[in-house]
Design a binder for this molecule. Sequence first.
Ligand SMILES: Cc1cc2nc3c(=O)[nH]c(=O)nc-3n(C[C@H](O)[C@H](O)[C@H](O)COP(=O)(O)OP(=O)(O)OC[C@H]3O[C@@H](n4cnc5c(N)ncnc54)[C@H](O)[C@@H]3O)c2cc1C
Length: 453
Amino acid sequence: MSLLKSGTNQMPMFKTDTLIIGGGLAGLSAAKALEGKKNYLLAERSPRPGGLAVTVGKGGFLFDYSGHLLHLRWPRTKALILAALKGNCVTVRRDARIYAHKSWTPYPFQVNLSGMPDRVKSECVRGFLKAYAPKLQSSAPGLQPLALSLQPEVFSRWTKRVFGEGISRHFMLPYNAKLWQYPLERLTTEWCGPFVPLPKPEEVLQGAYGRRRDGLGYNSVFHYPKRGGIGALADALAAGAGGLRLGLEVESVNLKKREAVIRHFGPVSFRRLINTSPLNEFIARTKDAPDKVKRAAAKLRCNTVYVLNLGARGVRSNMHWGYFPEARFPFYRAGIATNFSKKLAPNGCATFYIEIATDGRALDLARAETEVLKDLKACGLIKTSGQVIEKLWLKISCAYVIYNQERVAALPVIFDWLKANKTVSVGRYGAWKYSFMEESIKEGLEAAEKTLT
Ligand SMILES: Cc1cc2nc3c(=O)[nH]c(=O)nc-3n(C[C@H](O)[C@H](O)[C@H](O)COP(=O)(O)OP(=O)(O)OC[C@H]3O[C@@H](n4cnc5c(N)ncnc54)[C@H](O)[C@@H]3O)c2cc1C
């Protein structure tokens, strides 16, 4: 890196080969790939590295930005993550449940109807068989009749087509309405593939009238740091990132000139750029983006998630997390993080994470808190509010990107222009998709490695 004089304002111009915007897991992994090979500047605006994968301490408790569990599916990134954690990692078999109709049943709902009242179970099984039968007859031998269609389809129609009326009415529709905070008649289904398990008919029937089914879905086994919360992973990656600078916010970029301006730092000239900040914000900060690219980026939508973290005494449940489809609960998911890492709380205590989504509107925190405590008692996770001894609200302004037709139309416009201007944008928000930590790490690594060839 070298300091030059910029032509315009006489502030010193910082020169680097690669500018990485954002020190979450994607940015940190890009830095890892470049370390010792190319000089780079990794600008992270917050005072801590890790982005959404940080852990915050309060009153002797450690809280993540909601449950952040490692689902490791690719050998290379799995090896990298486990090596970074240096043994500070446990492997856990999921205990996830659903609370509906005043009953608990194991997750996934569609293959664990046995916990539901008979009336609900019959409605779900009947609906599933009705939806399934015609497809079975019409599908070619060897084809999976429940498979996602190739074209994006709207969620409300897809779920009824695939799971039938009952499962849709009692779980898929109310749960997803609460999570996405977006009309399900406009939500498209490209995200469903890895995240919504598609059962065979025998699995639905066995789950309704026979044995519990555990192993279905992407998250049936997960990894998590033994100590330090998920932030331990980000801290481990950050420790090796010589070019990481905290508290540096990239204010604007000009892709043609290959220059950026960083607040309280000054102008930076770069040869290559890897963005991991939210795509819509990045384009808004890009001075030379044409109007049509700016208009496309302005159409991208996301929801907001508020996480109420609680430290509590005397919690008896062994569950890792539970899904709450019913509208009477303001939260869509509640987890007990100490059931996968005891070290997150003092001895004898537990930590809860309770997730409430909005469409961006501010949440009335005091009211939400009262409701949450009442509801945790209603479903039996705590007995009295007096058990709760610590709390911390965390807000994720951009949490789940919304899959809709506008996104389908906007992304090619934006990415074609970025590609023409030799810029990559990766990570959950850089790529503007529903992804997970391992994928952010993979994309960060690969984006940086491409610049080395
Ligand atoms: C509620 C919720 C639960 C989740 N649970 C899981 C889970 O259990 N397992 C899992 O694998 N994944 C989970 N995820 C997804 C996971 O959080 C992400 O995939 C991953 O952490 C994203 O990393 P990233 O680096 O792509 O983005 P981020 O973590 O968002 O990092 C981007 C970084 O860019 C920085 N930045 C933004 N703008 C600028 C700027 N102008 N200048 C400088 N820096 C900037 C931000 O401060 C941030 O640090 C969850 C996500 C949510 C919302």
